[in-house]
Design a protein around this ligand. Structure first.
Ligand code: FE2
Length: 593
């Protein structure tokens, strides 16, 4: 039984193929098209999945789509009619998009894959999200919570999964949306919606949540976690370009100018911003104000999620929770759920956002629709394409740089550790690329976390990012407790997928300054040997050499670009950046000897 799941036309298009319930391949379209957050029909991701399995479109039993376009269309029509004439522009724009593309999904799938119409199934958006978490989890039964911007009508759902059945029994409906509340602040703070949410999360620790009372004016939260937005503060219901209203600005003041350099007294002025401006003090104070707003919306978001989880627990009594939807990528909130609610185990799938709903739709058909037994647990994130050996050789030769293919893995690990110890920044391309937005040691940039200057070096040479974006630590699952306040990372999938922010132990912060955030926290990756043997081995060898079982890990891409896929793309990014060495499989390419 082969089922292909698809998501597209909103953000992060993707394809995922399951065969008899086992995931075979899954990838986001952006990795192939090289368009960040590509939402177009995922032709390339589909081709990759089929090629990987050695099959054609006519070998598929079903194709599952991640939402129901007609229901969504109904929501857009009703919302637009409710706010005429303010919604005229957005109405015209979205009608064009819907008439050209979105209503004809079935025809598009048929022409791309040659699948009969009765083999194409549509799942509700939040059912897809819920299935992507529960049916990938190791739990026989669990409570399920999905939270995002919006699907068809639902913006959050709760329910229970037992065995092969998944029943969602309550929902919050558009326009009341935690995702859209957070996105309104994302836009207010000068970032792109659906892209800059994690920047708000990174900015928050630089601020003091002094505007929490004001943020609470934007909504009403009931004891069971249900909430309603006060719509006078928002304009996403009727505008395609603005998410917050003039009343919102009356409450919080003028919005931050888009993409303004961010720095405060706590962050200092990074050298890679250039010369310190004459009005530094005033700009730092302005940024501090906006960091305080970021801290405030982050705290309120966490409180709402905690209330939702507590409400879910009170209703179901279930200690295990599966979480999905874009809001599940809020790894600070995930940490608090585990520390501050009765929930003892949390499962979040690495592609918790809309791309992951492609996989969720396929699993929903497999288990909920067809009733087939569960045999799959997603315990690693490596479901993409591998570097082709011939392409690796070509890239090495074409580079015109010094390159060397290590005779075995021992030599590869030794040489890489030696480079890291000498303060070199390394591009690391190994095996199948990751499913979801995090680099988990297969398309990563690696460096020595013991050097406090490394954050600046990586930012200056490669990422050109702002100082509020912390770099993550990858550590051995067996050694997590030595450095981080997290018990039993072995059973914590969120920490293995870098979806959990935890405190760095106070006695360890000085030892790994480059991966400790300003508030003493870190977005941890606990590396399990079975999931990624080579990366686990690299960290072990680094620990043997230095006494520190931690490596700085950030995604292998330039600012604004998707992560690299092929050896040629890796080489291209390597050339354009200040990285010192590029390791593809066992080949090491260096800019100098
Ligand atoms: Fe979603």
């Amino acid at each position: 039984m082969r089922i292909l799941g698809l998501s597209c036309y909103f953000h992060d298009a993707a394809a995922a193929l399951i065969d008899d319930g086992q995931l075979v391949a899954a990838a986001e379209e952006e990795r192939f098209s090289r368009v960040k957050h590509d939402f177009g029909f995922p032709y390339r991701a589909i081709q990759f999945c089929l090629r990987h399995a050695g099959i054609g479109g006519d070998d598929l039993d079903y194709v599952a789509f991640f939402e129901k376009p007609l229901l969504k269309f109904d929501r857009i029509l009703q919302t637009a009619f409710a706010s005429v004439p303010k919604s005229q522009v957005v109405f015209r724009k979205s009608m064009t998009a819907w008439m050209l593309d979105k209503l004809w999904v079935k025809a598009r799938i048929r022409s791309a894959l040659g699948v009969d119409a009765d083999r194409i199934l549509f799942c509700e958006h939040h059912q897809s999200h819920a299935a992507s978490a529960f049916f990938c989890s190791p739990f026989d039964d669990a409570a399920v919570l999905t939270v995002d911007g919006v699907g068809e009508w639902a913006t959050a759902t709760t329910g229970v999964g037992r065995g092969t059945s998944l029943a969602l029994d309550s929902e919050i409906r558009f326009p009341h949306s935690l995702g859209l509340l957070y996105s309104a602040f994302t836009a207010f703070l000068g970032f792109e919606v659906n892209e800059g949410e994690y920047k708000v999360m990174g900015m928050a620790p630089y601020g003091v949540p002094r505007y929490v009372d004001k943020v609470w004016k934007l909504l009403e939260l009931s004891a069971d976690g249900a909430f309603r937005l006060n719509l006078e503060y928002f304009s996403f219901q009727y505008s395609a370009t603005r998410t917050f209203s003039p009343q919102f600005e009356t409450l919080f003041g003028p919005p931050r100018a888009p993409e303004t350099p961010f720095f405060t007294d706590a962050s200092g002025y990074p050298s890679y911003f250039g010369e310190k401006p004459a009005n530094y003090a005033r700009l730092a104070a302005d940024n501090q104000h906006y960091a305080d707003i970021a801290a405030s919306i982050q705290v309120v978001t966490e409180e709402i999620l905690l209330a939702m989880v507590r409400g879910l627990h009170a209703r179901t009594g279930m200690p295990r929770v599966c979480l999905a939807g874009g809001v599940a990528l809020n790894s600070v909130a995930n940490g608090r759920i585990l520390r501050e609610t009765p929930v003892t185990e949390l499962y979040v799938q690495p592609a918790a956002g809309d791309s992951g709903a492609a996989l969720g739709a396929a699993l929903f058909v497999q288990h909920q629709v067809l009733g087939r037994p569960r045999t799959f647990v997603m315990d690693h994130a490596y479901w993409g394409a591998s570097p082709d050996p011939d392409a690796t050789r070509t890239a090495a030769t074409d580079s015109g740089l010094s390159h060397h293919e290590c005779s075995d893995e021992d030599a590869l690990i030794d040489r890489t550790v030696a480079l890291l110890e000498r303060g070199k920044v390394i591009g690391w391309v190994q095996g199948r690329f990751e499913w979801g937005p995090r680099a988990l040691g297969n398309r990563s940039i690696l460096a020595d976390p013991r050097r406090s200057e490394m954050k600046d070096i990586v930012n200056t040479k490669i990422k050109f990012r702002e100082p509020y974006r912390p770099f993550a630590p990858s550590t051995l699952v067996e050694r997590v407790r030595d450095f981080f306040e997290l018990e039993d990372a072995g059973s914590s999938y969120p920490s293995q997928f870098m979806l959990l922010v935890v405190p760095v132990r106070s006695d360890a912060r000085d030892r790994i300054p480059a991966v400790t955030h300003v508030d003493g926290s870190a977005r941890l990756q606990a590396v399990v040997q079975r999931a990624n043997p080579r990366y686990h081995r690299l960290i072990s060898a680094f620990a043997q050499a230095t006494g520190v079982p931690v490596i700085l890990n950030t995604s292998f891409n330039l600012r604004g670009e998707p992560m690299v896929n092929s050896p040629a793309e890796a080489l291209n990014t390597f050339r354009q950046s200040g990285m010192d060495a590029l390791v593809i499989d066992r080949t090491i390419i260096q800019k100098e000897n």
